[in-house]
Design a protein around this ligand. Sequence first.
Ligand code: CMC
Length: 385
Amino acid sequence: MSKHNLENITRDEYPYLNLGLEGIVAFSTTKSFIDGQKGELVYSGYTIDTLAEYATFEEVCFLLWNDRLPSKKELDELNSLLVHERKLPKPVLDYICTTEKHAEPMAVLRSSVSMLADFTDPSLDDTGNAIVMTAKIPTIIAAFARARQGLDVVSPLDEGSTAYNFLYMLNGVRPGAEAEKTMDLCLILHAEHGMNASTFTCRAIASTESDIFSAVTGAVGSLKGPLHGGANTAVMNMLLALESDLKTADPVAFTKEKLEKREKIMGFGHRVYKTFDPRARLLRTMSKSLSEETGHEILYEWSEAILKTMKEEKNIDPNVDFFSATVYYSLGIQPDLYTAIFAMSRISGWTAHYLEQMSNNRLVRPRALYVGDKPKEWTEISDRS
Ligand code: CMC
């Protein structure tokens, strides 16, 4: 299909034309605030730095769903509900174990989330279903990661945090305290981020009064794209491609060459941030220390070289996906699972937005500019070339 030429479209004619909806405010929310100039991110009244220092992922889930921190009793209740809901319905597990081994993890996650709707307890409300999905998504990801390698699926533990249990189910061994803390911090940093494409998808689906499973299924599909959550896998593949020929690897020349060809470097740029993404700042610190600990210093050094080149050549800063890639790599996670891990965290933000949309609903229904032909005479099939 050809690219549309919109050069002659005037603002007077179409005052509302805004490709990519940049700067458009379509919803109100209490879930997060981003100051793109200062590089500030707030979830329901708490800065990301405060949450990174003090919160657990489960506390962040409660915060996003309720706009306040839980009491000890409420957090204990949420933790035990999340633990209780970890197991998958048998048909979902069967699907995960029998689907194509080369299937994309995000495609398997999307189908599995969709299937969960068939097995939900009809007495659960939307918050209950948000808890169900938050509990089961890590099990889906870990089960597929093992099944595709021909390994036994590891059943979830009936104790421990989401981060701890996920690493256990993925690797079949109990993780150390540092690995759990790193994973938990990654989950906190990816939980919520304003009106990004997948959250917008989730709210647009919610606005039709469709169910929460449909909204999350759509959101997973939206996150999958390389311009959104898929960028973290693309970053790792880029670093691994460089590593494949250590003798000639030159991250600066690589970056410049791509920019000359007007290609994008994944993990850089953002629609809202015009400065360093605060999540990237926190992940950069983690990436440095983990890379040193695990002997992947070179990947961190290359990341820094790419970052410097991007700043000098384009004045573009990294986003959340750039350093999360090397952090997950240091945890021993396979690169094509990174986007699914993003979803494992963002489920909290998506479902919080679903609940919010349902209490403040108006159908999402923008317009499209028609640039097709004017009405024409019908051509009989025999006369068409
Ligand atoms: N590499 C090279 N140039 C870039 C990049 C990049 N990663 N990002 C933006 N630019 C350039 C782009 O070429 C354009 O330059 P020019 O004006 O000379 O044509 C200018 O910056 C504006 O870019 P844009 O694509 O029009 O900006 P946008 O607001 O539409 O796109 C973005 C935002 C995130 C899609 C884009 O920066 C991008 O494609 N980045 C790479 C993919 C990526 O890392 N995505 C993860 C986003 S953050 C996590 C998430 O929310 O999922």
